[in-house]
Design a protein around this ligand. Sequence first.
Ligand SMILES: Nc1ncnc2c1ncn2[C@@H]1O[C@H](COP(=O)(O)OP(=O)(O)OP(=O)(O)O)[C@@H](O)[C@H]1O
Length: 556
Amino acid sequence: MAQSSLKDDFDFFRQAVHAISSTLNLEQAMVSIFHFLKRHFPLEAVSMHSLSLRMSALHLLFLVIRGRFHYLDELIPLGEGAVNYLQNLEREVRITSKPHSEQTEVSKLHSLAISPYLPQKDRAYLVALLSTEQGPVGHLALIGSRPGCFNAEHERKLDILIPVLSLAMINLQSHREVTELQRRLEIANLGLAAEMRRLSETPMIGARHGLRRVMDAVAQLAGRDVPVLILGETGTGKELIANAIHRVSSRHEAPYLKVNCGAIPDTLIDSELFGHEKGAFTGAVTGRPGRFEQAHGGTLFLDEVGDMPPHAQTRFLRVLQDGIIQRVGGSRVRSVDVRIIAATHRNLKAMVEAGTFREDLYYRLNVFPLAIPSLRERSQDIPSLIHYYVGRISRRLRLSQTPQLDAESLPKLLAYSWPGNVRELENLVERALILNPQGPLRLHTHLPLESGSKAGEPMVEMTQPQLVVSHPRKSPANGDKSLAREFLSDPTGPSNDSLPTLDQAMTDHILHALRQCGGKIHGPKGAAEVLGVNPSTLRKRMDKLGIPYGRKRACG
Ligand SMILES: Nc1ncnc2c1ncn2[C@@H]1O[C@H](COP(=O)(O)OP(=O)(O)OP(=O)(O)O)[C@@H](O)[C@H]1O
């Protein structure tokens, strides 16, 4: 090639780089590229597409017509033609000038998508396939002003620009993703404040019963600043417990932040947790503190900590070991004072053995493990939870009166395995109240089928009478047999037929406690202590339910 044309190509390339890198703003960058290309090609418009192989579709991102930017965000399905489509694009730049009637299906869909902006007619297209080392990422279409307007020289020139256009496309896309994510995080932060209020208003049902040991541990933690690892199945109330731990800590007036490690893409979690310095990556136009810095002086609740990717685990270990963080893209270390509460439904020990969770991090985190029992292990809390949710949801649904529980329900609910734990119970009550606000609530009919049992049927036989001990079940898979038996077989309590309402169930429960305590309400070994309520609360409840005071009457 002659010296002068080499120099021309170089100038052309240099100007293109200048136009493309002039700004990080997607719109401005594309308009600048359009104006640059317009000087060298007979152009009417430029459209940019990314290729989504997962969805087998072409994502029409935007269109610039006569210097005006239009954001389109439309998917053009490629269907089974995706492979053909790619094969057709194997040549990096190609001219298509077929009359509209002879265009391929994809080209027709493309014309249709842009038709609100550019009327459909015969045109020439110069299409450049954009790719990286990992494969094709999309393409840029130069839409000519008339058929046959592009020639081999145009093809050659566009070919020169392919690497820089590919890079631009990737940068612009990641910038868009980061901006979008930032927007979503800001919205999530606003939601978090409301969520915190909601959680702090939620009473801990079962605090003196099924969760008694957990709550004792929470109380022990009050004066200590150690990391806590909360373990338990989904929906058992790990977040509620984390909240309680922060509330009883000396940091309760300092920031309390929550991060769900499982909800943040691996590529962004480091920046989210540890912050980034200006210029750390495309889009990092300013430095930003991460959650650890934001929680300085307070508590950081790391939910789903088992989902934290290895690179973030390494940085997290440094915080736990040395109390320091290093922002992404920075060399400066900053010290942070943050109390960590982590939670997971995963088996971290097994993850350590499988090599997916750092062993050193596990031991640092496991200083104070707190295992929350599943609902089937504390089914003695089920009646109170039902009572609480029926009342709360009825109020929320503005029902004129709180419906009663059907007589058949309780034993079946007690025998169910509750894989979704309290959350599942809450949803079940809500569903039943919406479907049948008048009652009686046949909650068991909303239970899903469990293997080996019919829908709504208890999974265990309840034959042998046996009094309950309010402690976690030894055999979770069997459901809470003995509590169900107690409700069904207590000779002094109502029969199966006459156990229809929650109030009656509660009356039985209180009478049962009074019998055990010889009618004593307050003081050590009194019914209030056994039931885990304040004596005055118990009295009020007894008044409401019409339960008489006095040893003889209660026990008689
Ligand atoms: N003891 C409880 N008393 C009252 N409500 C509870 C109790 N435990 C859990 N809940 C309620 O159940 C729902 C699930 O609780 P939470 O989100 O704390 O569970 P989780 O274990 O963190 O779940 P996941 O592992 O899925 O994040 C929430 O609406 C919470 O208010």
